[in-house]
Design a protein around this ligand. Structure first.
Ligand code: SF4
Length: 361
């Protein structure tokens, strides 16, 4: 078996080496890229959302590299994600690929996830499978910590690119970790490396970034929006983190509040029931950014994403009622980097004027 799993943000850094250390032959597809997007777009239904196309492109690339098995999460609920694996399998078979498709149809169930891990890795002991799964979750949590630190420090960096270098090195080190002590040592090194970075003293604009999970996690798909805004001296806060999303389901950090439930509570009066995907988080966290006095909100979503279309309507109401600028960016394969850059610059300029009465320096 040569297994492939489509990308979702930094997920592969969590599982790849760990599974390989158990003898699983993995084919990690190239990171989301233009070629994968083009391949996916070419063979997808026209109205499919961007993550579907990127995933399909990933699968084609991995099958061409020799993958024999694909593992694709499924699910249920008011979003197309649950159908992804079924439709993708049909498309790939029509294209003439032969492979086995494993579906994790209940990705919210710990027991189902552990059973999948056992099946993939050939581990006999249930205890060992739990240990392995929770170690992967801890790796992903450390990646999120590194990225949060990056978002806080990048807008203040004195030497251009220094923060990116630290993050890149950290990701490489986390990738190689196979034990808890290794992970702990990387965490200590990472804290020191970030603390040593020379910074400038500047007032920063604060923007909340909300939206669809795949877009928030994947820098290629969101066209490196975090880096672009950080270079404009904007401090970003994101509504979705992979480790929180996993913790809401598997409670590997039992003392951290369930972020989905918290967002739902915060959204009361504006969105009383989740509309699928991360829509409730976009609204709940959007309201929280208003309460915390953020300068603006950016909402990102793939074209035709149903849950985020609902959230977009509610965010317009929040923008009107609280007089806070909200910009929605809708992505598909036709979105241009230059167009995005122009819109971000205009938005930051507007926020700067509202706050300081002048243009950004
Ligand atoms: S949340 Fe939106 S973009 Fe994501 S899978 Fe569902 S419909 Fe597609």
């Amino acid at each position: 078996m040569r297994l492939t799993i489509p990308h979702m943000g930094p997920l592969h850094v969590g599982y790849a080496r760990v599974l390989e250390s158990y003898g699983v032959q993995l084919i990690v597809p190239p990171l989301p890229n233009q070629a994968a997007l083009q391949l996916g777009t070419q063979h997808s239904p026209e109205c499919a959302c961007l993550p579907f196309k990127q995933n399909l492109g990933n699968m084609i690339q991995a099958l061409e590299q020799g993958a024999t098995d694909i593992l694709m999460p499924g699910g249920f609920g008011p979003c197309r994600f649950g159908y992804y694996s079924v439709i993708q399998e049909m498309i790939l078979r029509k294209l003439g690929f032969s492979f086995r498709m494993a579906r994790a149809d209940d990705p919210d169930s710990l027991r189902a996830m552990v059973a999948t891990i056992k099946e993939i890795s050939g581990i006999q002991s249930k205890r060992e499978a739990y240990r392995l799964f929770f170690f992967i979750l801890e790796k992903l949590a450390l990646i999120d910590q590194a990225q949060k630190r990056y978002l806080a420090l990048k807008p203040l960096e004195r030497d251009p690119g220094a923060t990116d270098r630290v993050l890149r090195e950290a990701m490489g080190e986390i990738d190689h970790c196979l034990t808890y002590p290794q992970l702990f040592r990387v965490w200590l090194r990472l804290r020191r490396a970030f603390a040593r970075l020379p910074r400038v003293r500047l007032p920063l604009l604060r923007i909340g970034l909300v939206g669809e999970i795949f877009m928030l996690l994947d820098p290629f798909s969101n066209m490196h929006i975090e880096e672009k805004l950080a270079r404009m001296r904007v401090k970003l806060s994101k509504s979705v983190w992979l480790s929180d999303w996993l913790n809401d389901r598997f409670r590997f950090r039992p003392f951290r509040r369930n972020q989905f439930q918290l967002a739902w509570k915060r959204a009361k009066g504006y969105m009383d029931f989740p509309a699928g995907g991360e829509s409730i988080k976009s609204v709940g966290q959007g309201l929280q950014y208003v309460r915390e006095g953020y300068d603006g909100i950016i909402h990102i979503m793939p074209f035709t994403c149903m849950p985020e279309l609902v959230a977009q309507t509610v965010l317009s109401r929040i923008s009107r009622e609280f007089q806070i600028p909200v910009m929605t960016l809708i992505y598909d394969e036709h979105t241009s980097t230059t167009g995005l850059q122009t819109r971000l610059e205009a938005f930051v300029d507007l926020l700067y004027h509202r706050r300081y009465g002048t243009s950004p320096p």
